[in-house]
Design a protein around this ligand. Sequence first.
Ligand SMILES: Nc1ncnc2c1ncn2[C@@H]1O[C@H](COP(=O)(O)OP(=O)(O)O)[C@@H](O)[C@H]1O
Ligand SMILES: [Mg+2]
Length: 352
Amino acid sequence: MSAFHGVTVRVEACAKTFADGTRALEPITLDVARGETLVFLGPSGCGKTTMLRIIAGLEQADAGGRVLFNGADVTGIPIEQRNVGMVFQSYALFPNMTVAENIGYGLKIRGASRMDREARVAELVALTGIEGLERRRIDQLSGGQRQRVALARAVAVRPSMLLLDEPLTALDAALRERLRWELDRLLRMLGITTIYVTHDQSEAMALGDRVVVMSKGAIAQIGTPRDIYFAPANRFVAEFIGAANLVEARAVNGTLTLPGGQLEVDDSSATGDVVAMIRPESIRVAAPDAAKLSGHVDRVSFIGDRQRLTVSGAAKRPLLIDAPNTLDVKIGERIGLMVDPRAVRVLPEERP
Ligand SMILES: Nc1ncnc2c1ncn2[C@@H]1O[C@H](COP(=O)(O)OP(=O)(O)O)[C@@H](O)[C@H]1O
Ligand SMILES: [Mg+2]
């Protein structure tokens, strides 16, 4: 299949207030590069679907908001004329048609010849791994198979952009993970500009070239998965993405003083009362006398690939620590804690 690279997207000052007065989006401005996969991530109700629907042309932004494809204003153009492919959480397939008829539907209404349609359907059936199911009806398919059909149908007409709203959310965990990898491979192969909405942070990080973390209708942070994980812009992002210890400390020239000792930060300007974020896997367990920070083990939960310790006395609140699964630690034991200064992230002050 020939790769097609889709369009650039610009969202400009798009806010949304619904008729009943609900403020779903604060003014949002962002750019999506050609071929990029941009993921909107955030808790339920933060405005992800509304954003996607504005980009699709299913919803109008408040006055003043604009959407541009390849630099051209499409704000007033309806979805049928925007050439976008969409996939939703609920499959929205035609139940009375076969798999092949569903995939070929868009081509048929665009007047493609039967031969062209059949060739394209065969190509997509192979690409999405549903060979042999062409003649089945939709109600004879599993959830994962239905989502593959929905995806094949969405890309069949070679849209210039693919919009996906929680497409894997209805599936069980193991299938979700497998389809996530397949989807990632497919999006990379197609090279199509993709906007993907999810509330699942591991899905967002696995699929996104960049991730837009949203909170209450606004952008909390936009960056690569590594940016948002290692350098969260604020407390909301730190706590929403993965597990995070938020540690209150007194800083003097990059040295943090905590109840159980001291930690260094890779920022000698850090001074005053600060909140620092430390990921559980960044804390290393050492002999109590070998480290400047120590605490007592409150709890050990063995997870399999690692064990999660809860350690009190080191910081004001108990610290979560991911230790190797072979480490021998006992409840009540005093342990030393070491952290690479680069893994201690001082968060910017937040207005109350
Ligand atoms: N048609 C509508 N009328 C009124 N409020 C709406 C409508 N659609 C969504 N909302 C509200 O807008 C907010 C954002 O919704 P949505 O974009 O669906 O969030 P998400 O997809 O992140 O869960 C929510 O408070 C939701 O209840
Ligand atoms: Mg939604």
